[in-house]
Design a protein around this ligand. Structure first.
Ligand SMILES: [Zn+2]
Length: 369
């Protein structure tokens, strides 16, 4: 099969690199280092807070002009070592919403003190499983990770300790004509988009100051975004993240109507639970209008089952922040084989780049009218 060369190859390598870099919630350092290095080329200053959030500020022309915050969470779901057995096997806890069903039989990367080690989520031989065992999934407490250590001492010599983070082990690859699959697509796609927006707007003279924020600990409750927004105190915010899509044989349209390849999605009203979010209507309409003018396809998200994003924290900071998300939809969410469309990513970048110049003082004033 001939794979067409995509015009977005300038960010494809960056996405590949970001997906390969381990960064479970609370252990985002390596991703943060990459994000800082990339931002430094495009903005006036880069800072980091105590939690690990990264802030890249591109000053606007007007000293007292508005501040726009553009965020993408840097963390990925994964595991953390909670106990090392005498026999050298690791017991783990989840960081973020990893379903047990995707864990058994997986290869993982155990991020040891000195180096990354291959690990296996083991299981008893299929030959001796009972009929019930073949069909049921054990709880996280029943699972164990095998790093080939003879005993606890050897595991410790390998650089593993209580608190060692673990990620899925799955290589980034292209699939079909316009898709890619990898672990950590959530949310290295958003991070890539944010860095690309910073790059494309670097040469533009804008009235507003833009603060690009790589947030930490989204997958464990939007924690980084909460403090990051208090620090930036933006007038308006765009959150770049992903959203689970349907279009597979096991998901009905009435449950998940989003499809890959149909453009980025914006939330109108998300989850009604804690951390849910209803987008600022003016901002969302501005985004839809720009998408229409630019010929960018757009999907609309209403209450797609039980998903939240940094928007849930960002819009509630300070006196309230006009917030919208721009989401790239993905299949197989929170598994090692997350899959997205390259054209959706490109369109999400284009959309953000075209929307941001509209977010000036006139627009901010209109928000309170
Ligand atoms: Zn996410």
């Amino acid at each position: 099969m001939t794979i067409e060369v995509n015009p977005m190859s300038d960010w494809l390598d960056l996405l590949r690199k970001l997906c390969a870099t381990p960064g479970v919630s609370g252990f985002e350092d390596k991703v943060a280092t990459l994000v800082s290095a990339e931002l430094r080329k495009e903005v006036d200053s880069v800072q980091k807070d105590q939690m690990g959030n990264i802030f890249g500020t591109r000053r606007g022309l007007s000293k007292n002009g508005p501040t726009i915050m553009v965020t993408a969470h840097m963390d990925e779901v994964g595991l953390i070592v909670k106990h090392i057995e005498e026999t050298g096997f690791l017991r783990v806890q989840k960081l973020g919403g990893v379903p047990e069903v995707v864990l058994q039989g997986q290869r993982v990367v155990v991020c040891g003190r000195r180096e990354s080690l291959p690990g296996l989520v083991g299981q008893k031989p299929a030959h001796i499983m009972s009929e019930t065992e073949r069909k049921t999934i054990g709880s996280i407490d029943d699972l164990y990770v095998d790093i080939g250590a003879a005993n606890r001492k050897e595991a410790e010599e390998f650089g593993v300790e209580i608190g060692t983070p673990i990620t899925f082990d799955r290589e980034f690859c292209r699939i079909g004509k316009e898709f890619v699959t990898s672990k950590a697509i959530d949310n290295r796609v958003g991070v890539t988009a944010m860095l690309q927006v910073a790059k494309q707007l670097a040469q533009k003279d804008l009235e507003s100051t833009i603060c690009y924020v790589g947030t930490v600990q989204e997958e464990v409750g939007l924690r980084g975004a909460r403090v990051a927004t208090e620090r930036v105190r933006p007038d308006v915010a765009l959150v770049l993240d992903g959203l689970h899509a349907g279009g597979t044989p096991d998901v009905a349209d009435r449950v998940l109507p989003m499809r890959l390849g149909r453009g980025p999605a914006v939330t109108i009203a998300g989850s009604s639970q804690l951390h849910g979010f209803i987008a600022n209507r003016r901002l969302r309409e501005c985004i839809a209008q720009v998408a229409g003018t630019e010929g960018i396809p757009l999907q609309h998200n209403v209450g797609i089952a039980s998903g939240v994003s940094d928007s849930g924290a960002v819009h509630l900071a300070g006196k309230g922040v006009a917030t919208s998300d721009i989401l790239v939809v993905r299949r197989y969410s929170h598994s090692p084989i997350e899959m997205v469309s390259l054209s959706d990513i490109e369109n999400a970048i284009r959309l953000a780049v075209k929307v941001i110049p509209h977010l000036d003082s006139t627009f901010i004033k209109s928000l309170e009218e």
